[in-house]
Ligand binder design. Structure first.
Ligand SMILES: [Zn+2]
Ligand SMILES: [Zn+2]
Length: 387
């Protein structure tokens, strides 16, 4: 079993859908045109039920074919606030908005699978096609869940894919356990006492305290974490002061924390609080930390990951079960907290100059669409076999 011939036959359709969506990108929860187009195509394909407006701008399609289990297949539809620099003919016509994460490709691959499944119906059970909004930071997956996605459309498992630049074109990786990290954020306000830049002894300088904090935070990973575990703590912002001869009252720091295990994140958060309070106190200053938990880690379920890897290697002809973990984050994690399932990487190509996700020169690789669509379709046909 390789790429499904019937799917390969309408690769030009998938390319056209993808280029149209790419040209008209929409930000989180603004996917009105994209969602409308998806719903229109699903109806055209003969999908049995199409519902719009789930999780604000999400779309769900259902293909029913007799008795059997139900599985969900998911794609994301939102774009990013980036000025596109690709120069391709299908480049964005919406200034400052760009499909720089390939969600146009994910959507088109799932549309390709939907067209094939609605036409051939070579399975026994139910397929729920989930086109979600707002993956980029605004938790569209959670919005769909909160809107009753799985109460209205009960499923036994859910599968999703994301393209990955640097992985060979059309290769698939899907493995048990962590795939992407949790993404928390923090803002620290350092409170000192402002004064004259020429008389530092009369003030408590929050700039010096903040500098000590940036240095101190580097010890969390290097000195407090079990070397076998994974954690990232990055300070990505420092704001303080307005002029050269005034010591400011306050300085703020901001950054991100990434990890795969909740226990690692919880322990780090406590350690951060203690360390930063201690550094502030050592300088006679004080601090306040506003710590926000973001997307949870994306953790694939073992049985579904093994099953998906088997399906993937049938399509690609090469092993698919090697682990590929990334410290980015993904709101598919919310689906995996409610249903068993697996999130797979599909290689976008490993040419040296191929841009990474979120780069203004990035473009989804059309050549991988038959692979992604076949993977979705074969997940259905293999897990819902006709008796
Ligand atoms: Zn992204
Ligand atoms: Zn993405």
């Amino acid at each position: 079993m390789a790429i499904i011939n019937r799917i390969a036959a309408f690769v030009e359709d998938m390319r056209a859908w993808r280029h149209d969506i790419h040209q008209h990108p929409e930000l989180a929860y603004e996917e009105h045109r994209t969602g409308g187009r998806v719903a229109e195509l699903l109806r055209e394909f003969g999908v049995d039920e199409v519902a719009e407006g789930i999780g604000r701008t999400g779309v769900v399609g259902v293909i029913r074919n007799g008795e059997g289990p139900a599985i969900a297949l998911r794609a994301d539809m939102d774009a990013l606030p980036i000025v596109e620099l690709t120069g391709v003919p299908h480049r964005s016509v919406n200034d400052g908005v760009m499909h720089a994460c390939g969600h146009d490709g994910h959507t088109s691959m799932l549309l390709g699978a939907a067209k094939y499944l609605a036409e051939t119906r070579n399975f026994s059970g139910t397929v729920v096609l989930v086109f979600q909004p707002a993956e980029e930071g605004l938790a569209g997956a959670k919005a769909m869940l909160d809107d009753g996605l799985f109460e209205r459309y009960p499923v036994d498992a859910i599968y999703g894919v994301h393209n990955m630049p640097g992985l060979a074109e059309g290769e698939i990786r899907v493995s048990a356990g962590p795939v992407m990290a949790a993404a928390d954020s923090f803002t620290v306000t350092v409170k000192g006492r402002g004064g004259h830049g020429a008389m530092p002894h009369m003030s408590i300088d929050p700039v010096v305290v903040a500098a000590a904090m940036v240095g101190g935070l580097q010890s969390l990973v290097s000195r407090n974490l079990d070397p076998h575990k994974t954690l990232v703590v990055s300070v990505t912002q420092i704001h303080g002061g307005d002029t050269f001869n005034v010591i400011p009252d306050t300085v703020t720091l901001g950054g991100t924390v990434r990890y795969f295990e909740k226990e690692v994140g919880d322990a780090n958060r406590q350690r951060m609080e203690a360390l930063l309070n201690g550094i502030a106190a050592a300088h006679g200053a004080s601090m306040e930390m506003d710590y926000k938990t973001g997307y949870p880690p994306t953790l694939n379920h073992a049985a579904e990951a093994a099953f998906a890897a088997g399906v993937a290697s049938e399509i690609t002809g090469s092993a698919a079960g090697d682990q590929l973990k990334v410290m980015g984050s993904e709101d598919f994690s919310f689906f995996l907290l409610e249903k068993p399932g697996a999130y797979a990487w599909v290689g976008n190509g490993n040419e040296q100059d191929r841009p990474m996700l979120h780069n203004p020169h990035y473009d989804f690789n059309d050549n991988i669409m038959p692979t992604g669509a076949s993977y979705f379709a074969r997940l259905v046909e293999t897990s819902l076999p006709r008796s």
